[in-house]
Design a protein around this ligand. Structure first.
Ligand code: AHR
Length: 496
């Protein structure tokens, strides 16, 4: 087994891991909302006010801190007034971006806010800049948050909601360099300044305004936005997907892939660290106090759609490889907790790197779900300093660090250590020098997610193929922990 050494200082806090790093994204795309979350009150699938119960319960267990909606690309084609009032009267339109299917608008503002209340999660709404007006955006905020007499507040009351909702996070457009209008950064920066002016704070409601940010390594976009509008924003977004192949020529299969694609997928997941560092450096120039959050509101794996499914629905399976991608991302996000205030995986149910897949009344939890569940101990915990000397994971003349490690301390002084072994063939020994803790007196427990095959995944026939089990391969010696990780594994230890 290869050898990795890590020093963790339980006494040295490096700030707080914002729980919003564990945020989600649900778009009107494929079976993400319709079927995946919303089945309607008359469905034979058991539901509460139209939201399917099985998915609701599974998501509650994740303690999702924030949920982004309605898109994505859909956001810049969405006209919110189509999605309020009696459902039978709502406009039926074409979802032009995603599959050309009918969008009946049955899941609108009231349904989304109800879902957030049921999940006890903060709503993050993305407004329409690409094909919407300033007035439309401004009225949406008035509709949702104004407590008093006004045309929009009165309309909300007529539609059954007396009190306004709390709305903290609001995005001013999505991917405005692409599906959100194909704009140049200079043009979008001006539009951002204009649109955000009319995103008002009514009463006590304070909106955290998020400007549409860069695609991958478009550093010029970040530079132009920061230079021209930084003082008017609270957050700036960044989108980066992990794609083993080529976006247009073929991304690669979610389940049927060679070793080389395992390696390249993890290599590309690790690239997130470089992107955050470089975009942060630009943000630091205009915002050295780090007031503005980097909001990575779309990330995750993007593979070819499952054979036989509508290619516009972006439905893909989810394997132990996806679990590693999630674990690696979280460990990276933690290290950048001073700048990264929120991230939103794409997407929650039935789309891209989903937590949950559904088929009719059946539901399964993916390996990615289990990583979110195992890592929730890091929510709002104090990030600890971790210094690592990692062995290499080599493939075809290239190498990556074999392991990825992060640690935090919660409000009860319990230390949690998340460890990933990227290597698909070799186990990893990690010696953890855990300073500031009396290990003789400590209780150490752990959870492990692993598999024997690179493409191990859960199916509707075998929904528990990949699931967490108790992890025992950890021994305390003096002030060190000796941990033996199996190949392709994610482990979270609790030391209390
Ligand atoms: O998540 C799928 C799509 O990816 C989103 O709609 C868009 O913002 C991005 O290109």
């Amino acid at each position: 087994m290869k050898k990795n050494t890590v020093v963790i200082n339980a006494d040295i806090g490096k700030g707080v891991i914002n729980k919003n790093i564990y945020g989600h994204f649900a778009e009107h795309l494929g079976r993400g909302i319709y079927e995946g979350i919303w089945v309607g009150e008359d469905s034979p699938i058991p539901n509460t006010n139209g939201i399917r119960n099985d998915v609701l319960e599974a998501l509650k267990n994740l303690k999702i801190p924030v949920l982004r909606w309605p898109g994505g690309c859909f956001a810049d084609e969405y006209h919110w007034k189509d999605g309020i009032g009696p459902r039978e009267d709502r406009k039926r339109m074409v979802n032009t971006h995603w599959g050309g299917v009918v969008e009946n608008n049955h899941f609108g503002t009231h349904e989304f806010m109800m879902l957030c209340e049921m999940l006890d999660t903060e709503p993050y709404i993305c407004g329409n800049v690409g094909s919407g007006t300033v007035q439309e955006m401004s009225e949406w905020v008035e509709y949702m948050t104004f407590d008093g007499e006004s045309p929009m507040a009165n309309w909300r009351k007529e539609n059954g909601r007396d009190k306004p909702w709390d709305l903290k996070y609001f995005g001013v457009g999505n991917e405005n360099w692409g599906c959100g209008g194909n704009m140049r950064p200079e043009y979008y920066a001006d539009l951002y300044r204009q649109y955000q002016t009319y995103v008002r704070n009514y009463g006590d409601n304070r909106i955290y305004k998020i400007a549409g940010g860069a695609n991958v390594d478009d550093y010029n976009w970040t530079e132009v936005l920061m230079k021209n509008a930084s003082w008017l924003m609270d957050g700036l977004s960044l989108h980066y997907y992990t794609i083993p192949g080529d976006f247009w020529e073929g991304k690669g299969s979610a389940t049927d892939f060679p070793e080389s694609e395992w390696f390249i997928t993890l290599q590309r997941a690790l690239h997130m660290d470089t992107l955050i560092t470089k975009h942060s450096t630009i943000m630091d120039k205009y915002d050295p106090e780090k007031r503005i959050g980097m909001i990575i509101d779309e990330w995750g794996t993007w593979f070819d759609p499952e054979p036989g499914t509508n290619p516009g629905f972006l439905y893909q399976q989810n394997t132990i490889r996806d679990a590693l991608v999630a674990g690696i991302h979280f460990n990276i996000f933690h290290e950048h907790a001073d700048r990264v205030q929120m991230t939103n995986i794409a997407q929650t149910v039935n789309v891209l790197q989903a937590m949950i897949l559904t088929e009719g009344e059946k539901m399964l939890l993916t390996p990615t779900y289990h990583v979110f569940e195992m890592f929730k101990v890091h929510h709002d915990a104090t990030l600890l300093s971790v210094d690592g000397n990692f062995d290499t994971y080599e493939f075809d003349g290239q190498s990556l660090p074999q392991t990825s490690v992060s640690a935090s301390k919660d409000e009860n002084d319990v230390v949690h250590i998340s460890l990933c072994n990227l290597d698909h063939q070799n186990g990893a020994n990690i010696d953890v020098d855990l300073r500031g803790i009396d290990l003789e007196a400590a209780e150490i427990t752990g959870k492990l997610l692993t598999a024997n095959e690179m493409n191990a995944h859960n199916t509707f026939e075998q929904p528990e193929n990949v699931k967490p089990v108790t992890f025992n391969d950890v021994k305390a010696k003096g002030h060190s922990l000796s941990v033996a990780l199996p190949p392709m594994s994610v482990v979270v230890l609790a030391v209390k």
